[in-house]
Design a protein around this ligand. Structure first.
Ligand code: ADP
Ligand code: TZD
Ligand code: MG
Length: 573
């Protein structure tokens, strides 16, 4: 079976077909990896990708393949590619594509689709679905290619839509008829081209930069909020220079952690509430005023705060609050001008601002130290995270993937990140299921070791990809924080029946046994010492590892740090 030849091999030397042209067009645009799940009508396409030297990473579920593609996009500023089969495969990938759009990750989902004439008359084709139209609300653009001579142009449109402006998801539909269509090889070669400058600079006006710097010079308590747009832009040096030259404290949103190291003296992460309540001018640097920042209003914010916002998307400005000084441009260009303009302005936070922040940080750090040092048996989130933190301090260049509720929120607060784009998580939607896809995408893209800290529920959404991790022998260590449930494992069935409660999972489950089935390394950690050893051994082995980390089922708050978003019910404890 191994030597099976793709059936679509063109018969004559001077002919090619749709599949080969797709592969050639991807190669021409330096696409190095495609993530997907095979089946009709894209199986041979995947074989041809491998034949032509593009890595094809075969997954167990399209959503994880899509998540791998999305995170590749975030890490590289090039569209990550996910390949799916028609209808159900397409829909399985669509959640990842929508998540990419929501988070601003450039990604293209390429899907095979069945016969247009049958779909359009709803005559019941194999895997019939009007995919291109269904994708539209979830993406920046949705295209279908119908003719082989349009493949290169179709891909170019998809690439441009994915990476220009605010990046996002793009859907590209390839019909069965297109994939098997025949074309003269020389004519096909003439259609191929590499997209020129797919993500053109967006240079902000000098006036907008001056206005922003002027407003900042009037501030006593300025604050810079770093968002994942800033992390994505890769303007790392200019951002660091701006922050250090001005002495303004910064607050990183979760995927912007590491843009400057978390132990930087100007980090206000441990004084989050204090800085939001007291900042008088806030610079939003590739960050949106969405729910994660309480929409910029309410009790969390200083009512008199004034905003500067640097964003590539003009429609983002004034989305929730009036923005006094918008700087619309790409962050590389904007930060270049902001740094250059610094010499014209006297920007200096008042000394009491940083002093107040430091006092608040010390107070919160002391509270945190008590939680981290409080040993319990079984482990709780914090003493387990103390072990994780100590190991990751020895492995500062690790890529950290993180999903769950308490597992997400507590890990974000405890574990420091030291390098840009090294923390990859549930992002804007708070979506479960990114875990294994992000871990695989990060390992494939960077070639570096990855640690995934996953709640037991979060892990379950993509757990079968453990086989993919083992098959590709990836240096990924997965730690399952097993507290026996969604948020915790102590609830009972309110009806008194024998069924477990809606949030209960199996607290005595041995997730480590899963990886044994595929030849990876299992650990069961019941103490911080065992966890420390398992995690450091897993990382240094460079081999697929899964640690079942036993956490007290009584530990864990409903919805982690966002309990207040739950609708009120009289049934609550
Ligand atoms: P966070 O959740 O970290 O606050 P968001 O995803 O909410 O981040 O916001 C990121 C913002 O960054 C988006 O509004 C997006 O338009 C913007 N952005 C993304 N890439 C760039 C870029 N290269 N230059 C400028 N802004 C960008
Ligand atoms: N489905 C999807 C796709 N996304 C979601 N966010 C949810 C369901 C709801 N949900 C959360 O918001 S967190 C979570 C779910 C199911 C899992 C929390 O349990 P966990 O983490 O075991 O992963 P903790 O540490 O027990 O809190
Ligand atoms: Mg849990």
């Amino acid at each position: 079976m191994d030597n099976i030849k793709p059936q679509t091999q063109p018969q004559a030397q001077n002919l090619t077909d749709g599949m080969h042209i797709v592969v050639d067009a991807l190669k021409k645009n330096d696409i190095e990896v495609v993530y997907g799940v095979c089946g009709i009508p894209v199986t041979d396409l995947a074989r041809h990708l491998q034949e032509e030297g593009i890595r094809y990473i075969a997954f167990r579920h399209e959503q994880s393949a899509g998540n791998a593609a999305a995170i590749t996009g975030f890490l590289t500023k090039k569209p990550g590619i996910c390949l799916t089969v028609s209808a159900p495969g397409f829909l399985n990938g669509l959640t990842a594509l929508a998540n990419a759009t929501t988070n601003g990750f450039p990604m293209i989902q390429i899907s095979g689709s069945s016969t247009r004439s049958i779909i359009d008359l709803q005559q019941g084709d194999y895997e019939e679905l009007d995919q291109m139209n269904i994708a539209k609300p979830f993406v920046k653009a949705s295209y279908r290619i119908n003719k082989p001579e349009d493949i290169a142009i179709g891909l170019a449109r998809a690439i441009r839509a994915a990476v220009s402006g605010r990046p996002g998801g793009v859907y590209l539909d390839l019909t069965t008829a297109l994939l098997s269509s025949i074309m003269d090889k020389d004519e096909a070669a003439k259609t191929l081209f590499k997209v020129e400058d797919p993500s053109p600079k967006v240079i902000p006006s000098c006036e907008s930069v001056d206005k922003a710097l002027h407003l900042l010079s009037t501030a006593k308590n300025p604050l810079i909020i770093l968002g994942k747009g800033a992390a994505y832009a890769q303007a790392d040096d200019d951002i660091k220079e701006f922050i250090e030259k001005t002495g303004i404290p910064f607050l990183p949103m979760s995927m912007a952690k590491g843009l400057l190291p978390d132990d930087h003296p100007q980090s206000a992460a441990a004084a989050r509430s204090y800085v939001l309540e007291n900042a008088d001018v806030v610079v939003l640097l590739g960050a949106r005023l969405n729910w994660l920042l309480a929409h910029g209003k309410g009790k969390h914010w200083n009512p008199n705060v004034r905003f500067i916002q640097l964003d590539i998307d003009p429609q983002e400005i004034d989305s929730n609050r009036p923005i006094e000084a918008p700087v619309v441009g790409d962050i590389v260009s904007s930060m270049d001008l902001m740094v250059k303009g610094l010499s014209k302005y006297n920007i200096k936070p008042q000394p009491s601002w940083m002093e107040g922040i430091n006092q608040d940080k010390q107070k919160n750090d002391a509270k945190m130290a008590i939680k981290l040092n409080n040993n319990t048996s079984p482990m709780n989130f914090f003493n387990a995270l103390k072990a994780v933190k100590s190991v990751l301090e020895q492995n500062k260049d690790i890529y950290l993937v993180n999903g769950g509720a308490n597992t997400l929120d507590d890990t974000r607060n405890v574990v420091n990140i030291y390098y840009p784009r090294h923390r990859l998580d549930c992002g804007t939607w708070g979506v479960m299921g990114i875990g294994m896809g992000f871990a695989i995408g990060a390992a494939i893209t960077t070639g570096k070791p990855v640690v995934a800290i996953e709640g037991d529920s979060a892990f379950g959404f993509s757990g079968m990809e453990i086989e993919t991790i083992c098959r590709f022998k990836l240096p990924i260590t997965v730690v399952v924080f097993n507290n026996g449930g969604i948020y915790n494992g102590w609830h009972t069935n309110l009806g008194g029946g024998p069924d477990p409660s809606p949030t209960t999972l199996m607290a005595d489950a041995r997730y480590d046994k899963l990886i044994e089935a595929f030849g990876g390394t299992p650990y069961n950690a019941t103490t911080p010492e065992e966890l420390t050893k398992a995690l450091s051994d897993g990382i240094s082995s460079g081999k697929p590892t899964l640690i079942n980390c036993v956490i007290d089922p009584k530990d864990g708050t409903e919805s982690g740090h966002i309990s207040s978003l739950n609708p009120k019910t009289i049934l609550k404890d």
